[in-house]
Design a protein around this ligand. Structure first.
Ligand code: FAD
Length: 320
């Protein structure tokens, strides 16, 4: 086994690797190329074998497969048991997880089980260039509501923030290794009773890809919730509307709320005070509806609509 082997946990759904896992794979490939090392992807659960080609396409030299049904869905005990056994036996240099559903959960559990360094939500992972003789990595992550960037060295288990790394093709034909899960029955204490689908409107704002946000220009939030339901968007708002209870506090966006960077931020009746802007200015597409064309948020908008917010919301609900 190479002492410069980097592993990637390959989460999958609908027969293909999840994008965050491909991001982690691309990061691992770059690190391995730099260190003349290899990349191993770990693909677990029913259908795990079907991922081999896609993982090879994105840079895996080897794929470890275990298609045991006890690893399907949310099975942290069995998954961590298997991963810990594999890591103890083979000692990879590092294990990368994408920031997808299970990734952070499993990475934290695995780090605790192995007693090794853990760096979650990293925005970059680079070789430790100042110590080229010692393979290892330096990671960066944001802290204190993204106000501070921390640099860490020595972590062996790393999760990468969504879209921190670009997915790149690096085709090769990976070796496939099948392994068996040997876990005592009594070690599996968690039984999944029912799986409930999350309401996209109330998912954590930092994870939302599409946010509909309301400010003081929206008096009645019921139609805004209805619009978010139609569009599958998360609901957020300015501090003013969270202060007076029009929205729950955890939906506040801005300096003293949550920092967001969705693909689309659709704002109704929000002025664009600096404290609000600091929390959403990295949104990819910003659409603003405001009755005042000179409102500061209108200047940041990719599309600015001068109109009554509630009238636009009602019209959209009727048409969708
Ligand atoms: C320390 C500190 C921290 C703060 N942190 C945050 C924070 O994290 N997040 C945050 O949002 N704020 C924060 N604030 C508050 C911030 O300064 C603003 O007061 C707040 O963002 C204003 O919210 P708003 O734009 O919804 O309301 P307003 O400033 O009242 O603006 C309402 C907007 O709606 C428009 N409007 C009115 N009627 C209509 C209509 N019928 N149709 C369309 N548009 C209409 C108006 O033209 C106006 O632009 C903070 C303030 C301080 C001092």
């Amino acid at each position: 086994m190479s002492d410069r082997e980097i592993w990637v946990f390959a989460q999958h759904a609908d027969g293909r690797p999840a994008d965050p896992s491909l991001e982690a794979l691309s990061a691992a490939r770059k690190l391995a190329d730099w260190q003349n090392g290899t990349v191993t992807a770990i693909s677990l659960g029913p259908g795990a074998r079907n991922l081999v080609a896609a993982l090879g396409e994105h840079g895996a030299d080897r794929v470890i497969v275990c298609d045991d049904t006890r690893l399907s869905g949310y099975a942290p005990e069995a998954t961590v048991h298997l991963l810990a056994d594999l890591v103890r036996g083979r000692a990879p240099l590092a294990i990368l997880f994408g920031d997808a559903g299970l990734g952070n959960d499993l990475a934290a559990r695995l780090a605790a089980r192995l007693g090794c360094g853990f760096a979650p939500h990293c925005t970059s992972v680079e070789p430790a260039v100042e110590l080229p003789s010692q393979p290892g990595f330096v990671v960066k992550r944001l802290a204190y509501n993204d106000k501070l960037q921390i640099t860490l060295a020595g972590a062996q288990i790393i999760t990468l923030q969504r879209e921190a790394v670009e997915i790149k093709r690096a085709p090769r034909a990976p070796q496939v290794e099948e392994v068996a899960l040997a876990i005592p029955t009594e070690a599996v204490r968690l039984q999944i009773g029912e799986t409930l689908k999350a309401d996209p409107r109330t998912i954590p704002l930092a994870q939302a890809e599409f946010i509909i946000s309301g400010g003081n220009g929206v008096r009645n939030f019921a139609p805004l919730w209805a619009l978010a339901d139609r569009l599958g968007a998360a609901v957020g708002g300015s501090r003013v509307v969270c202060d007076d209870g029009r929205l729950p506090r955890e939906r506040q966006i801005g300096e003293s709320g949550t920092t967001v960077s969705p693909r689309c931020y659709l704002a109704f009746g929000i002025s664009g005070a600096s404290q609000h802007l600091r929390g959403m200015q990295d949104s990819k597409l910003i659409i603003v509806v405001n009755s005042d064309r000179h409102a500061p948020l209108m200047k940041l908008a990719n599309l600015a609509v001068v109109a009554d917010a509630e009238a636009v919301i009602r019209a959209m609900v009727e048409r969708l």
